[in-house]
Design a protein around this ligand. Structure first.
Ligand code: PLP
Length: 388
């Protein structure tokens, strides 16, 4: 790189010339982000106002109300964290656990492994309940872990394992935690707005999600909800939460009910506009209608895939309608096919994660991406690429 000083002493460097970025219009049918509708994109382009502006504070209240609706909960502490789904996961663990605590963690895919990491980084012990990737969490193994470790504080599991396309029985698992006097942590990043997620009905304690999956909003925000029991545990901790940014005791001063709305961090104002708009769209459609749409489109996709000779990897009762794990046929080049789908058809589908890499594709039908046009586009693209 050449450097020059001009007569004012300002350094001039020869840099490549940059220009505005104009991405193509892709069809997003991977594990997230999903297609963001023009209506949500337009909301995000409205004028930025201050994160403590009274009008923004009013919007915050409405976002909280709409999140309570989406999570089907009366939990007062139901807010959007200013960071992606992974931060929701981290917030759940760092706030509930204190050094020396024990947590039972169910793993049947990639994200359960991240839960283990979080537990250990809190200075706690993770008791692992392992299931084959592609199977749901086995409640019998969980019952054994609970009776072997009645002193565990938390039972954590992933409701919708996006890495495998598997749903687990959250109602049963939350009930088991409750009976054992443990708090439940539920990863619902891919669940929210796509399949049933009745937080209060399940008696779940901490449930977190993301905005870029079935809500089809901008990536980068994590809706999260805490039961009164979880709030009590957080308020009476002996140690400070190890993360300053994710300490709910501090965040409540900004997002909390009747709080002074004191400055904690600058909320991603325009991303909150987008989230609000996507929640309004969900309310207009209705939760039940959204679940039905996801289910029906899943069935149409599966039918079309089977006509192409493509099978799903997960047994029928545990399939996620919003994330379809497809077995890659013998002799087909995974990376080459996904590259052609992207380059020739502007279609993004997901690769297999972890031990499923090269063995499965993950076709998402999340939120705005779950529609008939996308299904047809996807089937046409696969038919053409597989034939060549
Ligand atoms: C996507 C996802 C996450 C992580 O969310 P990010 O927004 O990518 O941080 C966590 N858990 C599950 C089940 C997911 O699908």
């Amino acid at each position: 790189m050449l450097c020059d000083h001009d007569s004012n002493g300002i350094v001039h460097m020869e840099l490549p010339v940059s220009s505005p970025f104009h991405p193509p219009q892709r069809t997003l049918m991977g594990p997230g982000p999903s297609d963001v509708s023009p209506r949500v994109l337009a909301a995000s382009a409205r004028p930025t106002i201050g994160h403590l502006d009274p009008l923004f504070v009013g919007l915050m209240d409405d976002v909280k109300r709409l999140l309570q609706f989406a999570f089907q909960t009366k939990n007062e502490l139901t807010i959007p964290l200013s960071a992606p789904g992974s931060a929701g996961m981290e917030a759940a663990f760092v706030n509930l656990l204190e050094p020396g605590d024990k947590a039972i963690v169910c793993q049947n895919g990639v994200f359960g492994g991240r839960m283990k990491e979080n537990v250990e980084r809190c200075g706690c012990t993770a008791v692992m309940v392992q299931d084959r990737w592609g199977d749901p969490v086995d409640p019998e193994k969980v019952a054994e872990a609970i009776s072997a470790h009645p002193d565990a504080k938390v039972l954590a599991f992933v409701h919708s394992e996006t890495s495998t396309g598997v749903r687990s029985d959250a109602r049963l698992l939350c009930g088991m935690a409750q009976s054992a006097g443990m708090l439940s942590i539920v990863d619902a990043v891919t669940s929210l707005a796509g399949i049933e997620l009745p937080v209060d009905d399940w008696g779940a304690d901490v449930v977190y999600s993301g905005t870029q999956k079935c809500l089809s909003s901008l990536p980068g925000i994590s809706p999260i909800t805490f039961s009164p029991a979880a709030v009590e545990v957080i308020a009476t901790r002996r140690h400070k939460v190890q993360s300053w940014f994710l300490d709910m005791n501090l965040i409540m001063g900004y997002w909390g009910e009747g709080a002074k709305r004191a400055y904690h961090h600058t909320a991603p104002v325009n991303a909150v506009y987008a989230l609000h708009e996507s929640l309004l769209m969900l309310e207009e459609e209705g939760l039940g209608a959204s679940f039905t749409r996801h289910r029906n489109n899943h069935l149409k996709l599966v039918e079309g895939l089977s006509r192409l000779g493509l099978d799903l990897a997960v047994s029928e009762p545990w399939r996620l309608p919003q994330l379809n794990a497809v077995v890659i046929p013998e002799g087909k080049d995974d990376a080459k096919i996904r590259r052609r789908l992207l380059e020739d058809f502007n279609l993004e589908v997901g690769a297999g994660l972890g031990e499923l890499a090269g063995r499965q594709w993950r076709i998402g039908l999340m939120g705005s991406s779950s529609n008939q046009v996308n299904i047809s586009r996807c089937l046409t693209a696969f038919e053409s690429v597989l034939a060549s």
